[in-house]
Design a protein around this ligand. Structure first.
Ligand SMILES: Nc1ncnc2c1ncn2[C@@H]1O[C@H](COP(=O)(O)OP(=O)(O)O)[C@@H](O)[C@H]1O
Ligand SMILES: [Mg+2]
Length: 362
């Protein structure tokens, strides 16, 4: 096992810079997920750690040793790709043996390693099969097994589940989580899927355009997004956004738009000035029906109701504002009715509309 340190790493292709000075410390045994939209530089960053791409600037260390000039085979890493890249003419066992070949181990040790990993991943009944005789999920497990027999110090995964159907994805995701628990190996895992990131990561690194937007535990990036990009990227359905203006009323401050107003949360006193343009973010799950006798914050018309079993997603409109609420299915409203709603006070996220930054930053 090993820690990984990525320090001010830059990647340019000619005049085009695609990774702009990324800094990231990954602890020994930590499961870190690089999350971001397509093209933001996740794969490039991972390939630089693997040694498959040169770095244009900065430094990468694995286990305390600078590896920037070392070839991939000397980095004690193993990489699992999106397309499993198994050798089609080899059996599962042969694919695993092939991965061990550079280590020139005695046959006895090879067999012991293969048998340990194969039973851990439930591959024993499949060892004699060729990739064409396996399902997508089984192939992906073989790809992981092939990476694992080399007992690397760091696992690198690049969107390993994206070729699987939804049900298998959940299953293999849980297997990866279990394996990490058992092996405790450091993992860097790339995905554009926030559910994978939230469920697997000790630490999520959210990237955009070759830069890191936020690093934090899943709860931190969900509950305290640093900016509008993170706020809207994490969470499904997306956080609702309302364009508001801060206005002093007596000694208090309210945020208002044409359709409703909200008192400024007490924790943000002194951080907002008169006339400031503020984007108010409220997750669908923080919107609820008022209790009997409770003052509504906003009254909205129900346009569409999507029943999802446990919960329902409700498309709402109030004047110019369109937003989504997420409610227990049992108390979902009917289409075309008018309902009185409030926002959970703890669920109010305020952002400066000009910078996009959260007002909650220390
Ligand atoms: N060999 C290359 N030459 C030029 N541009 C590249 C090359 N590889 C990747 N890029 C560009 O670098 C950016 C980041 O790509 P990538 O790391 O693959 O993103 P992600 O994995 O987050 O989708 C993209 O804009 C991509 O077009
Ligand atoms: Mg990629």
């Amino acid at each position: 096992m090993a820690s990984v340190n990525i320090s001010n790493v830059v990647k340019s292709y000619g005049a085009l810079t695609v990774v702009h000075g990324v800094d990231l410390e990954i602890g020994d045994g930590e499961f870190v997920v690089l999350l971001g939209p397509s093209g933001c530089g996740k794969t490039t960053t991972l390939r630089m750690v693997a040694g498959l791409e040169d770095i244009s600037g900065g430094e990468i260390s694995i286990g305390g040793h600078v590896v920037s000039d070392k070839p991939p085979k000397d980095r004690k890493i193993a990489m699992v790709f999106q397309n499993y890249a198994l050798y089609p003419h080899m059996t599962v066992r042969q694919n695993m043996e092939f991965a061990l070949r550079p280590q020139k181990l005695p046959k006895h040790d090879v067999d012991a390693k293969i048998s340990r990993i194969s039973s851990m991943l439930g591959l024993d009944p499949l060892l004699a099969r060729r990739p064409a005789q396996l399902s997508g999920g089984q192939r992906q497990r073989v790809a992981m097994a092939r990476a694992m027999v080399r007992t690397p110090e760091v696992f690198l995964f690049d969107e390993p589940l994206s070729n699987l159907d939804a049900k298998l994805r959940t299953q293999v995701r849980m297997e990866i989580a279990k394996l990490h628990k058992q092996l405790g190996t450091t993992v860097i895992y790339v995905t554009h899927d926030q559910v994978e990131a939230m469920t697997l990561a000790d630490k999520i690194v959210i990237m955009r355009d070759g830069r890191i937007e936020q690093i934090g535990k899943p709860e931190e990036v969900f509950l305290r997004p640093r900016n509008l990009f993170v706020a809207t990227f994490i969470g499904s359905p997306s956080m609702n956004l309302f364009k508001m203006t801060a206005k002093a009323v007596g000694n208090d401050v309210v945020l208002e738009c044409d359709d409703f107003s909200v008192p400024l949360p007490a924790r943000l006193r002194g951080r907002v000035h008169q006339g400031q343009a503020i984007t108010l973010g409220v997750r669908p799950s923080d919107i609820r029906l008022v209790a009997p006798g409770e003052q509504p914050l906003i009254t909205a018309k129900v346009e569409v109701v999507e029943y999802l079993g446990v919960e329902a997603l409700v498309d709402l409109r109030s004047g110019h504002q369109e937003f989504i609420g997420q409610m227990p299915a049992g108390s979902r409203p009917s289409v075309d009715t008018s309902i009185n709603l409030t926002f959970e006070p703890a669920g109010l996220h305020l952002f400066d509309s000009e910078t996009g930054n959260s007002l909650d930053l220390d």
